[in-house]
Design a protein around this ligand. Structure first.
Ligand code: SME
Length: 171
């Protein structure tokens, strides 16, 4: 499925994200498990973009409220917990905005989970009530791999998957 998915998608990045958004919605139709939704998004994004080195979620720990704990991901071993305000993920969580880091070595406090990572994008994940539930973190082995089209594409997928009201289930 991995090769089949990326080969079937368009080369143009915005078009690829748009096609992928449709594929993800189709796969997840009727699925209310948050873990299943996050695992599927991580797997399908990682399969669709060769440049994605690490793709996955850090989830807000409900027991702490101000700490992220690793969720479903594709890639090498990620660090388990990130405090709000720390690293790229903790910054995106506190500021509730997408953070693009073109060069991770130039980002103060960047947390290096995979030493091959050169650039990164982190998108906040809100539920249907507007509460922060997680962040989506994508790392690339290339410098400046992410631009506004990645932010728009990932934000769209995150919004449709986690922020839309879930009929018949709370997720
Ligand atoms: N680099 C991230 C930490 C998570 S790993 O990249 C998987 C950060 O600075 O928040």
């Amino acid at each position: 499925m991995v090769e089949a998915l990326s080969q079937a998608l368009p080369d143009d990045k915005p078009a690829r994200y748009a096609a992928l958004a449709g594929e993800i919605a189709a796969v997840l139709a009727g699925e209310t498990s948050l873990t299943a939704r996050m695992a599927t998004v991580a797997a399908m994004l990682a399969a669709a973009f060769e440049a994605f080195l690490w793709t996955g979620f850090y989830v807000v720990d409900p027991a702490k409220g101000d700490e992220l704990v690793v969720g479903p991901y594709q890639g090498t071993l990620g660090c388990l917990r990130i405090a709000f305000g720390r690293g790229v993920c903790g910054t995106a969580a506190v500021e509730r905005r997408t953070v693009i880091v073109p060069d991770v070595d130039a980002f103060p406090g960047h947390i290096a989970c995979d030493s091959r990572s050169r650039s990164e994008i982190v998108v906040p994940v809100l539920d249907a009530s507007g509460d922060l539930i997680a962040v989506l973190d994508v790392d690339s082995g290339k410098l400046a791999a992410f631009d506004a089209s990645d932010a728009a594409g990932l934000e769209r997928i995150v919004a449709q998957t986690f922020s839309a009201p879930a009929p018949g289930g709370s997720g």
